[in-house]
Design a protein around this ligand. Structure first.
Ligand SMILES: NC(=O)c1ccc[n+]([C@@H]2O[C@H](COP(=O)([O-])OP(=O)(O)OC[C@H]3O[C@@H](n4cnc5c(N)ncnc54)[C@H](O)[C@@H]3O)[C@@H](O)[C@H]2O)c1
Length: 435
């Protein structure tokens, strides 16, 4: 966490935001352009954290590297977590009731890193208290809560961010820009998956704390795999297409972690269909990690794998000499093998040397951590929020993207529960959405 290169993350965001082409792909970057960053030099946003568990402490480590932030208050209802956070920022005031924290006039912005079931209530209370808000994904546990938060946001002037960090991850931004520029042809479909082999269960020192510590496993506090994992990936699909699917069907179950009283599925398969026939195929399983985590955008001329930072062209005329040489060696090896098996061999992505979206080092999140991955955009979106706490400038479309992604997650769960294909309900559509 002390890598000094991380200090440059705002600078690189500023450079990205300087390009008109990038801004048309990621308009939310406009609020953190280099000149706007320079304008807040020397100022510091007074930040409070509500929810000092694992993700909250991850944000605290990032805040130590954000020069335009000052952590002034911490809140948690679980004393051991509050004590751990206090060790990172001993000067910060501590609270066990977030309402008391929100009464403090010396706080500009609050970060909410509590369980999903509390996101909407705390966000509404913080906005009503006049604070700027950075809330962890997903937006809320129910569609009605999403709508209520969205409407309150539209009525007030406060800044509101959701931690959809792929929106600030350079390989995603550049990759989506390449898609918009036509590199992979027409986008004909999307395949996203997230596989882990970990039960999500945390050690619980006292049974009375089970639902607080293991909130992810219970439906009153968690939407399971859809809100915890798919939310990030479905956001990318809406971002790429600029559209929303109109029909949702899915299946899910508890197939492996059966005996620990959990209520959320440990496997889900959900298909989202757009009005033009395209689909998003989404799959997640937490009892096998072979496939890892990928966000694949399938085009008529290639495939953009945004999670790995690589792309593949169907007919590749642009490969370097060394890549062509490797390829022809491989082809001659295969053609020398006597045809004992099928004469047809599938064209797989493995047999192809892909291109990188970014020059130089690409940071790839293998999706196995439940806390976060370095350089995945989380520090950038948080730095952008801290700047917004000083300027009061909202980041374009961040709330709308979070609303759209959360709605897709919650509707995925609904489709699984009902066992039918459901239509995107009219009452939860917002003007931002195109179907
Ligand atoms: N963006 C990402 O990549 C990412 C990664 C991990 C977690 N998250 C999100 O972060 C949030 C927290 O996840 P976590 O793994 O840190 O959970 P956690 O259980 O480790 O931490 C949550 C903390 O909130 C506290 N809390 C609960 N109710 C509270 C209340 N009313 N007031 C104050 N504190 C309260 C708990 O005591 C706990 O310390 C979740 O929404 C999760 O989805 C996001």
């Amino acid at each position: 966490m002390t890598d000094p290169s991380r200090r440059s993350f705002m600078r690189s965001l500023g450079v990205l935001a300087g390009s008109a082409a990038v801004l048309s792909t990621a308009p939310w970057l406009a609020s953190c352009s280099a000149d706007k960053q320079a304008a807040v030099t020397g100022e510091r946003a007074r930040i409070a954290l509500i929810g000092t568990g694992s993700r909250g402490q991850y944000h605290l480590h990032n805040l130590k590297l954000i020069p335009h932030s000052e952590v002034v208050a911490l809140c948690d209802i679980h004393q051991p977590h509050l004590d751990e956070a206090s060790q990172l920022f001993p000067e910060a005031k501590t609270y066990t009731d977030y309402h008391a924290l929100l009464d403090d006039p010396d706080i500009d912005g609050v970060i909410i890193a509590t369980p999903l079931g509390t996101h909407a209530r705390i966000t509404l209370d913080a906005l009503d208290a006049g604070k700027h808000v950075f809330c962890e994904k997903a937006m809320a546990l129910t569609l009605d809560e999403c709508k209520e938060v969205y409407e309150r946001y539209k009525q007030c002037d406060n800044v509101l961010y959701y931690c959809m960090q792929r929106m600030y991850d350079e390989k995603y931004i550049r990759g989506v820009q390449m898609i918009n520029d036509g590199l992979i042809g027409d986008v004909v479909g999307m395949r996203c998956h997230w596989f882990r082999n970990a039960d999500w269960r945390r050690d619980c020192p006292d049974p009375s704390l089970e639902r607080l510590i293991n909130w992810r496993l219970y439906r009153e506090t968690s939407g399971g795999l859809m809100t915890e994992l798919a939310s990030h990936q479905l956001e990318v699909c809406s971002w790429v297409t600029g559209k929303m699917p109109s029909k949702i069907m899915g299946m899910g179950d508890i197939i492996h972690w059966k005996h620990d009283a959990r209520e959320v599925y440990d496997t889900v398969n959900v298909v989202y269909k757009y009005s033009d026939g395209r689909t998003i195929s989404y799959e997640s399983l937490i009892s096998n990690k072979y496939n890892g985590m990928e966000d694949q955008i399938l085009g008529s001329r290639g495939t953009m794998n945004l999670a790995t930072g690589l792309y593949y062209l169907e007919e590749d005329n642009s490969r370097s000499g060394i890549k062509q040489l490797l390829s022809s060696v491989r082809e001659s090896v295969f053609s020398a093998i006597p045809a004992a098996g099928p004469s047809w061999r599938p064209e797989t992505a493995d047999a192809y040397i892909p291109h990188s979206i970014l020059d130089g080092v690409t940071h790839v999140n293998n999706g196995q951590s439940t806390i976060g991955a370095d350089h995945d955009g989380s520090e950038d979106i948080l730095a952008s929020f801290c700047q917004a706490c000083i300027t009061g400038e909202r980041a374009v479309n961040v709330v709308e993207e979070a609303y759209s992604a959360t709605a897709l997650c919650l509707l995925g769960n609904k489709a699984i529960e009902e066992g039918t294909t459901i239509d995107f309900p009219d009452e939860y559509k917002i003007p931002y959405m195109k179907f």
